[in-house]
Design a protein around this ligand. Structure first.
Ligand code: PMV
Length: 314
């Protein structure tokens, strides 16, 4: 049996501006998606604990998993590409996630890349991380129509990465961070809708281009602070990045309240990803107090660490 872990991804700095040619800093975390592959007599995919809502039709004694079509669309496309490249395989794939889907932590990229990696290992093929990243991106493109290469590259390669979207390029940074918190707020709108709203703002208000410019220069400063391991600097830049994202209209009142209440106990914090809820990063000074604030606000949260490797057998 083969078991692969494909890590989730947080955006440390630079989301949205990355769409307009600036670099972003992303990192893989120790929560993500597990994919097992065991050879058998037929191809079966089983998901365990992947949250889904069920609709039941008592007259027909039939249940329907809502939203599952999309989840299985990633698996379908990944299996199809894998079969084309590495030959057909009869196996049972079991997929588990320890992050909720659709929050902006790259779970769809981790599912796509995790299935590809597990398939390749089960078929006895070695695939390098850059090919895996490209294939994973093809899966996301097919399912979503448009997709940034950031998440699939990060979950394939792992570590702290500086990423340029177009033309795509990345640099692996020799940086680490102490464990931090991610709070998960219900998201209002999809990445595609939020990215479209930011584009509309940029088209409407020419001053908004300065915000993108400011995020770009902040990312360069954050890069230097990451290499130096300077938490005061990183925290302050997280706040600045967050308020600049606020100027683009993607930070809502729930995030402002959370950061305000956590302020005495953190170096800094920000949304991670497209925004309007989703993941919020909190770089803690006093972990127990941060947990108290998160619990008192009723937020789902996880304490996470940065991982050094991308999708790999475990
Ligand atoms: O929320 P997510 O994980 O889908 O991240 C979106 C990141 C953006 O920079 C806003 C969009 C992109 O394509 O890079």
């Amino acid at each position: 049996m083969v078991k692969v872990f494909a890590p989730g991804v947080v955006k440390l700095f630079g989301e949205h501006a990355v769409v307009y040619g600036r670099p972003a800093l992303a990192a893989t975390i120790d929560r993500g998606v597990y994919v097992e592959c065991e050879k058998g007599d037929r191809l079966v995919v089983e998901t365990v604990g992947v949250p889904a809502s069920l609709r039941y039709f008592p007259e027909e004694k039939r249940a329907e998993a809502l939203g599952s079509e999309r989840f299985f669309a990633y698996i379908d496309a990944a299996l199809r590409f894998a079969e084309e490249l590495w030959g057909s395989l009869r196996a049972r794939f079991t997929i588990k996630s320890d992050l909720p889907p659709g929050i902006g932590a790259a779970t769809s990229a981790a599912v796509s890349v995790g299935v590809l990696k597990a398939y390749s290992l089960c078929a006895g093929v070695e695939v390098d991380v850059y090919s895996l990243a490209k294939l994973g991106h093809r899966v996301e493109l097919e399912v979503q129509g448009i997709a940034s290469p950031m998440d699939t590259a990060a979950t394939s390669i792992g570590g702290v990465l500086k990423i340029w979207a177009s033309p795509f390029r990345l640099e692996r940074l020799n940086a680490s961070l102490p464990p931090f918190y991610i709070a998960v707020l219900p998201r209002v709108g999809t990445t595609r809708e939020i990215v479209a709203d930011v584009k509309a703002l940029l088209d409407r208000r020419r001053s908004a281009a300065n915000v993108i410019e400011a995020i770009g220069s902040l990312v360069e400063e954050a890069h230097a602070c990451l290499l130096a391991g300077d938490l005061e600097c990183l925290g302050e830049l997280m706040y600045m990045n967050n308020w600049l994202l606020g100027a683009l209209g993607v930070v809502d009142g729930r995030v402002v309240t959370l950061l305000d209440m956590a302020k005495p106990f953190i170096y800094g914090g920000k949304i991670s990803g497209a925004g309007r809820g989703g993941v919020v990063l909190l770089l803690p000074r006093e972990g127990t107090m941060v947990e108290r604030v998160l619990s008192s606000l009723g937020h789902v949260y996880y304490k996470v660490s940065i991982t050094e490797t991308g999708a790999a057998a475990v």
